[in-house]
Design a binder for this molecule. Sequence first.
Ligand code: GLN
Length: 534
Amino acid sequence: MNTKYIFVTGGVVSSLGKGIISASLAKLLQARGYNVTIQKFDPYINIDPGTLNPYEHGECYVTVDGHEADLDLGHYERFTNIRTTRANNITTGRIYKNVIEKERRGDYLGKTVQIIPHITDEIKRNVKLLGSKNNYDFVITEIGGTVGDIESLPFIESVRQLRWEMGRDCLCIHLTYVPFIAAAKELKTKPTQHSVKQLQEVGIQPDILVLRTEHELNSSLRHKVALFCNVDADAVIQSIDVPSIYEVPLMMQAQKLDEIVLRKTGMEVGAVPEMKPWREFLSRMKNAKESVRIGLVGKYVELQDAYKSINEALFQAATYNDRKLDLQYIHSEKLDDGNVEEKLASMDGLIIAPGFGQRGIEGKFAALKYAREHDIPTFGICLGMQCMVIEFARNVLGYKDANSTEMEVHVKHNVIDLMESQKSISNMGGTMRLGEYDCVLREGSKAAEAYGKTHIKERHRHRFEFNGEYRTEFEAAGMQCVGENPETHLVEVVEMPSLTWYIGTQYHPEYNSTVLNPNPLFVSFVKAVIKHKK
Ligand code: GLN
């Protein structure tokens, strides 16, 4: 069969959950036995989101092949268990870079290079690349931004052309918002009508509408939208707010989103999949009565999306431990030795967040000193692990000045130092130690016990590392380097065996945690937290 291409666009406002709808559809098609992938096209000029600060774009996700990607790729992986790569996330910047490089090579043979056809051809080539290389049955392409934005026009135009070229092998789902006007007690469809008009003006007739709403949409409202927008009434689907994003696939299944897609692309519909493992996860989630209280110490605590993958990995781990997650954000900038007791005493466990730069770092040391001295189960991730090492050097080894050379270039006790391979690098974009690397865990360590094996692979995103010159000294004093890269011998995991659960990882286990395959280290952490509390 031909690969089917499904485009997901958004209108009215951003943050409607296109990523979740795309991931949910992928999940439903996958449950029917289809080979599916999802890609995201982002209309900004950055080559990738790696250089964007979390205030701009939330968390930066990392794929196994070392691409710094949009956080929606995290949702795709968490829902489908399918790994994404750099081919799954394309920005305007990358499209233009490719076109300009081709122009410099002379590939355009003297032609004037233009948005149509050259930029749109490059977009179309990238859309089709995934399907042609990997034999996917369905390629779902999410177009970032909102219809009507200047930036997204070349992408929308490419969708128009592809629909024309591919006919029934191509489908467009448009996501809009139906506001509730409290004073009138009414749901309003006008923004949806306008948004669909805007799509029609650029030559795209959506096949399916997904309406995000806070209140139930009745059938007359759906018929009205269908009538005004040239869409079948059963293809007007509501996406009502639910307590957990993981409920969305079943909500879409109940409204037959996957069936409509199959029908419209000329495929056989077949039996409705049971989605048993997914339902089991949801019932555990709903049946959990007690909660587990985890404090996340970081500097982006006012931002919902800055630690997205950590939140989700913790949530999954809590669910598999039959607990509700009570996640408390603790601002590292507001934490010091004087108030740490008051702010952390009620936490059952702590996560020390990843990050870059000096801001908030002293608060992380205060939290770690308190956690280590009071044996609170603690998980340090990337910068969090580096902070564990620095705090230990300062307060156990007695090197009061100890630091990372990221924070203090000429520090004497540089227990965290720039990696050798980073020393010659001056460009910031895409040059960190990125993606999946092997790690060998020490037999008998808590980390090895958590994974149930000694050879693992996890994803990285950093420039600094544990300074190997200090290794013997740390180990003699009680902080063990229990995970290392087999080729470079970089220290990837530290732990203190004398404490209940005090582990730091240079890698980011949160990128590798899905609903049906939660990360073992997170599961073990939450388990230890619960046990310790008792
Ligand atoms: N800033 C640290 C480094 O570059 C840690 C990075 C991170 O936490 N992702 O090594």
